[in-house]
Design a protein around this ligand. Structure first.
Ligand code: K1U
Ligand code: ZN
Length: 167
């Protein structure tokens, strides 16, 4: 397994739209394992392939306290949405920034698992928030883009300053 580098906002590569995975082969299985290791090491509860500069429709999540219940979503599609909920979000690509985002309260998704098998899942609460947040990454969207332009510019300035200070 390998630790992958996580891209940081405002890196333009975070705005790439991911391609559909045509075959769940050994390359995708290795990517899933590397993404899981990278997410757990960060530490985080989710990761989209876009964040590690791989522009294919792959998401990993682990919301368990022991970090031992990996959930894999390949080519995820939202097939039902219900209601609205506002939740505080964070992002490994926007370190140290947390803010409220409005999303669907309940969703039903269809995806492939790491064996290439199709499944459907109903989600609400943190699971629904994370799935929608990670699916946005696959569309090239970062959660701060739901915030006002003033907030987005402040975040960009802060993160660029942090990058300069670490060089
Ligand atoms: O996409 C990402 O960068 C992962 C992100 C997922 C997420 C969390 C909360 C709301 C929406 C999306 C994170 O994992 S941020 C870090 C985090 O939430 C966390 C880290 C350690 C322990 C518990 C939570
Ligand atoms: Zn994120």
């Amino acid at each position: 397994m390998a630790l992958l580098q996580i891209l940081h906002y405002p890196d333009e590569r975070l705005h790439t739209i991911a391609k559909v995975v045509s075959k769940v082969d050994q390359r995708i299985k290795t990517l899933v394992q590397d993404m899981a290791e990278t997410m757990r090491a960060a530490p985080g509860i989710g990761l989209a392939a876009t964040q590690v500069n791989v522009h294919e429709r792959v998401i990993v999540l682990d919301l368990s306290p022991e970090q031992n219940q990996l959930q894999v979503f390949i080519n995820p599609v939202i097939i039902q949405k219900e209601g609205e909920a506002i939740n505080e979000e964070g992002c490994l690509s926007v370190p140290g920034i947390y803010d409220k985002v409005t999303r669907a309260r309940k969703i039903k998704i269809q995806a492939l698992n790491e064996m290439g098998e199709s499944f459907e899942l109903e989600a609400e609460g943190l699971l629904a928030v994370c799935i929608q947040h990670e699916m946005d990454h696959l569309e090239g969207k970062v959660f701060v883009e739901y915030l006002s332009l003033l907030k987005q510019n402040r975040i960009k300035t802060k993160l660029k300053k942090r990058i300069r200070e670490t060089l």
